[in-house]
Design a protein around this ligand. Structure first.
Ligand code: F6P
Length: 743
């Protein structure tokens, strides 16, 4: 109705105006025509009467003149007539001749004249014609024509014109509304179809309406924004914990068992003499995934790298973990030393790791390593296929060790839900493009249902890389890539830690932790302690951190002897040259700096090179005044979040690299550029002086963020998104089956 009014009212208004204009013009023209007609008639009448009247006038035959004049007025349109002599005296006038018209007004020498006069009885047209006796003007005939019939006619004309426009307006309005409704319905139908088929940028309707593409793009991104806002609102109201995660599995994925594929195993069994020791490795992947596995149960497939790993598994190479309170299965995959060298040390850690981290270590690509990488991925794919209990398993593929695995699984189990998470940064297309097997890696990853990164930047970099090197269809507004008929949703899912943080509740508070650390390392009671917790890796900014400590003690000598930086350094990838050299360099720098400041109550730097259990790490995090996370480049960095998780006392200051994904979520930390040694030195000094109230305020805010955006939410959001993709795929399968039947 509103649509009709919007169309019809302006149309009717315009037509009314047009009608008025037409009527006005028609009126004007009709009158002009009538007047012209009457003038001509007057001239003709005068010519016709001249011959008869001239002798009568000359002989003053008044009776005959009267009779001629009265006969003339028998014409129904001629209202009255008069005859004037050469001296403007009235010779005769018929009975209705208006008194106000006088002969003088029509002098003989004047040209024939005419005018329109309004009498009380109506308008009249007065015209005069001169009569001549040879060449001599003799008299003037004045005719008064009734104009009311002209007015009547013009009134009728006005009415019909108006009626015509009214009818035309009505018909045009009806047709316009009908056409508008019809095309609007069709347009809406098309838009609905196009919007619903989000991945299909080249919908057939669009081929005929390319001009709609920009509008469609805006519309889609609007819908995405609304959806993500809705998701955020939901996330704000949902409390994410192990139960929520289990519910999601049951509700959205029919309670499927989860299969995790991650190279590093969560529990490593090592032989120590007669005993078997269980080691929990220093790995962000392990920190994040263990709580998820404990919540969902299922199977974790990993490389069995411990010296006693084979001794504890069953005939299917499985062992129930955690030891002593089994909640899920660890399925071990065995690799020969040669395979491990090529796959793990070679391609994964000398190739992809430096390729993806901008830390200025040159990647090394060997074709033999690539062969072993593929072979190992196939080995893991076999294990997945054997562990999968249904045709639609949910498989979480973790990290850069398994770039080709998703496509291998997809080939064997087409309906699997494959959620791949890339835990390290993804570089820009130029940087990634130097990899000789870039195409194979991208194709492998696009076997996934969902491909996740920590940050939007890494997600965008991946999509740009795919766009540069693969023939595929990309829907940027929905971040999906369609390759060889398979759709992969590429999104950012910032990883986190479990909340409440594991081990934190039963562990000693921060005072006992501080006392224990001070005692263990013979530090002074008033020590100010900074900690760093890392694998000995060149991407972590450990050297830069040492240099910052040196600079800080140079410019703020009051801290000498009171300040100690404790670096927990887990041995890592020590078979590789780059790591061995880095380790040597780090130790040499620590020694140089300690020597530089001489004998002090507290040494500037302490490096603790060994594996520390999560409980031991927690003790250091609680004992510290400052935690230093100065990665040169890092996907997320969970140590930053673990520090915040550990500080239930709300004390301590986090110094965080701007190049770690965590800096996007924790702006309350002191954010630094690790390459800027002076800035880092100032940040340490600033942290040591930060008032307790300020520390509490910042820590409280960071804890709220991590509590809400915890690891259960990270996994839950991926599972929900995967369930949605699965539903969509199922629907499109059903539709295509239905179409086949129809054909
Ligand atoms: O994401 C990178 C990562 O897998 C982290 O989980 C962990 O910090 C590290 O690499 C594990 O290293 P590795 O398994 O080689 O000891």
């Amino acid at each position: 109705m509103r649509l009709a009014l919007r169309f019809v009212l302006p149309l009717l208004l315009a037509l009314t105006l047009l009608a008025y204009l037409s009527v006005f013009l028609a009126d004007k023209f009709t009158r002009t025509w009538f007047v012209r007609d009457l003038n001509i008639r007057t001239r003709f009448a005068a010519i016709a009467m001249e011959q008869g009247l001239v002798p009568l006038i000359k002989h003053s035959a008044n009776e005959e003149i009267r009779s001629v004049m009265n006969r003339v007025t028998l014409d129904e349109r001629l209202y009255a007539a008069a005859l004037c002599d050469a001296h403007s005296n009235m010779i005769y006038r018929t009975v209705h001749f208006p008194e106000q018209i006088v002969c003088r007004a029509f002098q003989l020498q004047d040209k024939p004249a005419h005018s329109v006069i309004n009498l009380p009885s109506g308008p009249v047209h007065v015209s005069a014609a001169h009569l001549h006796d040879g060449e001599t003007p003799l008299a003037t005939l004045i005719f008064v024509h009734d104009l009311s019939f002209a007015v009547r006619r013009s009134g009728e004309a006005r009415f019909y014109v108006f009626l015509f426009f009214l009818l035309t307006g009505g018909i045009v309005s009806l047709i316009t509304v009908a056409i508008a409704r019809w095309s609007w319905r069709g347009w809406m139908q098309n838009m609905r179809t196009i919007i619903q088929e989000r991945g299909e940028v080249q919908h057939p309707h669009l081929r005929s309406m390319p001009e709609m593409l920009p509008l469609l793009k805006d519309l889609r991104s609007l819908i995405t924004d609304i959806e993500s806002d809705r998701r955020l609102q939901e996330a704000g109201t949902v409390i994410w914990n192990p139960e929520t995660l289990k519910d999601i599995l049951v509700k959205h994925l029919s309670g499927e068992n989860i299969l995790v594929v991650a190279n590093r195993e969560p529990y490593i069994h090592n032989r120590r003499g007669d005993d078997i020791e269980v080691q929990i490795p220093a790995s962000g992947v392990v920190t994040a995934l263990e709580p998820v596995m404990k919540a969902c149960s299922g199977t974790w497939i990993a490389h069995g790298s411990g010296s006693a790993d084979r001794e504890v598994v069953d005939a299917q190479d499985r062992v129930a973990v955690p030891p002593g309170e089994p909640l899920y299965n660890l399925r071990r995959v065995w690799l020969t030393e040669e395979e491990e060298n090529g796959y793990y040390y070679g391609f994964a850690n000398e190739g992809i790791w430096p390729l993806c981290h901008i830390a200025h270590t040159r990647p090394v690509f060997r074709s033999t390593d690539w062969e072993f990488y593929n072979r190992a991925n196939r080995r893991f794919a076999d294990a997945v296929i054997r562990e999968a209990q249904t045709k639609t398993p949910v498989i979480l593929v973790q990290d850069y060790h398994f770039a080709v695995l998703p496509a291998l699984i997809r080939k064997q189990i087409p309906n699997a839900v494959i959620i791949t998470f890339w835990h390290i940064p993804w570089p820009n297309p130029e940087a990634f493009g130097i990899c000789p097997w870039r195409r194979e890696i991208l194709e492998g990853l696009l076997g996934s249902t969902i491909l996740g990164f920590h940050t939007r930047l890494h997600t965008t970099n991946f999509i740009e890389t795919v766009d540069r090197f693969l023939e595929c269809r990309i829907d940027r507004s929905h971040a999906t890539v369609s390759f060889q008929g398979e759709l992969t949703s590429v999104k950012s899912y910032p990883i986190s830690i479990a909340w409440p943080p594991p081990h934190a509740q039963d562990a000693p508070g921060n005072q006992p932790c501080r006392s224990a650390v001070i005692k263990r390392h013979n530090l002074s009671e008033t020590s100010l302690i900074a900690v760093g917790v890392e694998r000995l890796d060149y991407t972590k900014g450990i050297l830069e951190r040492f240099l910052a400590v040196e600079r800080m003690l140079d410019i703020h000598p009051q801290w000498r002897g009171q300040f100690t930086m404790i670096q927990i350094a887990a041995p890592s990838r020590s078979k590789l040259d780059a790591y061995r050299q880095f380790r040597a360099h780090a130790f040499a720098e620590a020694e140089r700096i300690n020597n530089k400041f001489g004998e002090l109550a507290n040494p500037p730097i302490l490096v603790l090179e060994r594996h520390h259990s999560p409980a031991e790490v927690l003790e250091y995090l609680r004992a510290a005044n400052v935690c230093l996370v100065t990665s040169l480049h890092d996907g997320m960095n969970l140590v930053a979040k673990e520090f915040v998780g550990a500080r239930s006392d709300l004390g301590g200051v986090l110094i965080l690299s701007m190049f770690a994904g965590a800096s996007r979520e924790l702006p309350e930390a002191l954010i630094v550029n690790p390459y800027n040694i002076d800035q880092c030195a100032q940040a340490i000094d600033f942290a040591l002086q930060m008032p307790l109230a300020e520390q509490n305020r910042r820590m409280q805010s960071m804890r709220e963020q991590i509590q809400q955006f915890n690891v259960y939410r990270w996994a839950g959001r991926m599972l929900i998104d995967a369930a949605q993709v699965r539903k969509k795929e199922q629907l499109s399968r059903e539709i295509s089956e239905f179409r086949l039947q129809e054909d």
